[in-house]
Design a protein around this ligand. Sequence first.
Ligand SMILES: CC(C)(COP(=O)(O)OP(=O)(O)OC[C@H]1O[C@@H](n2cnc3c(N)ncnc32)[C@H](O)[C@@H]1OP(=O)(O)O)[C@@H](O)C(=O)NCCC(=O)NCCS
Length: 159
Amino acid sequence: MTSLTIRPLRAADIDPLAQLMAATPLWKRHHVTYAGATRRLQAGLENKATIDVAAVDGAAVGFIWYATRGIFLRSGYISLLGVSASQRGQGVGQALMGHAEQVMFAEVGEIFLLVSDFNQVARRFYQRMGYQQVGGIPDYLTPGVTELLFMKKKESGVR
Ligand SMILES: CC(C)(COP(=O)(O)OP(=O)(O)OC[C@H]1O[C@@H](n2cnc3c(N)ncnc32)[C@H](O)[C@@H]1OP(=O)(O)O)[C@@H](O)C(=O)NCCC(=O)NCCS
């Protein structure tokens, strides 16, 4: 991988990132379309949500959407994380997570996220990043799918 940078979302990133989401089996299973992903990212940009982009040679290849007090009015929450299929397995996801953790752990003691029960790759990835399953929410996003609640504590050590 050459020159990976992490920077805030720009309008020009929305098209490649919406394509990424629409092409990913995880989000297909949750009925995400290119149009829906575009609307969601545009709304995030307009509402100044914290969406950071991993760019290789300027082009967006992944993103992370998070909120420092995004859950229980006290803890960090990672809402979405995605890396384009051609760039996976090279540390882009890890770099995005490390960036978001650095920002949020400066203010809060825990970070939470949801991962779909069938998403074995992401479950292993998050466990390797130091997250532990602390609960589950059946039928939350899609009927028949349980969203597993994962948590990492600031003092739990990294990776
Ligand atoms: C989950 C996801 C974000 C991980 O992104 P990624 O960029 O592939 O992550 P990394 O490269 O940092 O780590 C992935 C694996 O590659 C390995 N890896 C990391 N750096 C590497 C490198 N330089 N060279 C080769 N392999 C590497 C890691 O050991 C890791 O192995 P694991 O299977 O034990 O987790 C990505 O698979 C994805 O976008 N999936 C679809 C969407 C999704 O499931 N999102 C999460 C739920 S919202």
